[in-house]
Write a protein that binds this ligand. Structure first.
Ligand code: ZN
Length: 468
């Protein structure tokens, strides 16, 4: 796709990454063999100061791409898909049926947030007389509908024609609902894309399926420099935190991401109740997106652990602690103003918005309550500020003291750790490995381990063709 002719590689594939090769967000990897090119994922850059990256032109011509395959529907893997359509892509979008369903919810929500952000920017510009914001958001509902109409569901393990001359196969990645790794076979041999690989002993998803043998591998490296604690220890730790808080008459606030983390927390609370670690208590889910995702977990049990899928098949609900209340409208924070002994689950996971903010305003000032982080808190977010020990924070223009206990239970990870990633790439037999989807340190240590094993580790740079 570029005028620059890259150096020869081991396989006949060339990578031109549009994001997700030098950081953990914005995944978009264009793989080319002969005159065929396939884009794997079209994710959004997330985090402070990333708006500009999302507005940058693609380093390839969207109209010249033969097909798109999605590994899973996290926003950092699908969030720029409607823009790809708006920029002229008209081909198919292959993914598992569950991923297509999740992407629908994720992308419509993103379009709504973009429209709201733009309206807010316009109001602010009018008041301040400053620079006018862009006339339209990066994409709208119509773009989402149009690109999703191109979606073609693909079953696991069944070879499918991605485009003329390229065959694809999806395997279970065990990361979130519908998540897959992807093997592409073409004139240039095989290239394997890991997508995001799940944690081996998480409560909902089975470990990633072993990889097929491959020439080249794009491997996620989110936690390539970390070791995870096992799930049993995490569950014990989480149970202790909840039990202590409830026993002193406090409330437990758990900010969660809608996809996977909400369901993992609900499932963990149910298990803790069933095993008597915590008393059966009032659990409030005040997260419309989280509830919609939980509904999809019930509808698509194919990527879940057999034990979880069997419970669903028997008509049981693995996402329902005994006294679960689903908040329908807004205003739940006001209703819980004087409540004691309640577990409150709400988004957003890093406190960057959402209903959790209203609950924080009510419950943060009281030392009997506990705020429990079950997910990563990125730099620049309110979640990170509180996790780092801020004693007072600004919430919607108000200063709120942080008197509640603040704890992190880091074991709720949806990603493979260093030993699991090593076992996976070694099993693939790949002669060339490209660490992607990781911060610099994680990518470097993974590359060093690959090189130490006598394989070739390559670093991709955004927009620069790389022969694999
Ligand atoms: Zn992911």
């Amino acid at each position: 796709m570029s005028d620059v002719e890259p150096a020869a590689g081991i396989s006949g594939w060339t990578l031109c990454s549009g994001g997700g090769c030098e950081g953990v967000t914005g995944s978009a990897h264009l793989l080319t063999t002969g005159d065929r090119s396939v884009l794997v994922d079209a994710g959004l850059f997330q985090g402070t100061g990333e708006d500009a990256a999302n507005a940058e032109p693609w380093p390839f011509d969207p109209r010249a791409i033969d097909a798109v395959v999605l590994t899973h529907a996290h926003l950092d893997h699908v969030g720029r898909l409607p823009r790809l359509w708006a920029d002229g892509y008209r081909g198919h979008v292959f993914a598992t049926a569950a991923t297509i369903a999740v992407a629908g919810v994720v992308l419509r929500d993103a379009a709504r947030i973009q429209a709201e952000d733009l309206a807010r920017a316009r109001r602010r510009a009018r008041r301040a007389g400053g620079k006018a914001p862009p006339a339209r958001p990066p994409y709208r509902d119509a773009d989402v509908d149009a690109v999703l109409a191109q979606a073609r569901p693909v079953a696991f393990h069944r070879r499918f024609t991605v485009c003329r001359g390229v065959q694809g196969t999806l395997g279970r990645a065990g990361h979130v609902l519908g998540a897959a790794w992807l093997a592409l076979d073409g004139a240039g041999g095989r290239v394997l894309v890991s997508g995001d690989l799940g944690d081996a002993d998480g409560p909902l998803h089975p470990p990633p399926e072993p990889p097929p043998t491959t020439d080249a591998l794009l491997l996620e490296s989110t936690y390539a420099d970390a070791h995870h604690r096992d799930w049993a220890a995490t569950l014990r730790e989480f149970g202790e935190v909840v039990r202590h808080t409830l026993e002193r008459g406090g409330n437990v606030l758990i900010p969660t991401f809608a996809l996977e983390r909400t369901q993992a927390v609900l499932n963990a609370l149910q298990t803790l109740e069933a095993t008597g670690v915590i008393a059966r208590c009032r659990v409030v889910l005040d997260a419309p997106m989280g509830e919609r995702m939980t509904e999809l977990y019930r509808r698509f049990p194919q990527t879940l652990r057999a034990s979880v899928a069997e419970r669903l098949a028997r008509g049981e609900d693995p996402f329902r602690p005994e006294h679960l209340e689903i908040a329908r409208g807004g205003g739940m924070a006001r209703a819980l103003h004087a409540a004691r002994g309640v577990v409150i689950i709400a988004g957003a996971g890093m406190l960057t918005g959402g209903r959790i903010l209203q609950h924080l305003r009510v419950h943060l000032p009281h030392p009997r309550n506990t705020l429990v982080f079950v997910g990563y808190q990125a730099e620049g977010t309110l979640g990170r500020e509180i996790a780092d020990g801020a004693r007072r924070v600004r919430l919607s223009g108000q200063t709120v003291p942080v008197a509640a206990e603040v704890l992190a239970v880091p074991g709720f990870s949806a990603h493979a750790d260093a030993p699991a990633l090593d076992a996976w790439w070694q099993a693939s037999g790949a002669r060339v490995v490209v660490p992607v989807h990781g911060e610099a340190h994680a990518r470097h240590v993974l590359a060093a381990r690959v090189a130490a094993a006598g394989r070739r580790a390559l670093q991709a740079r955004r927009g620069e063709p790389l022969a694999l």
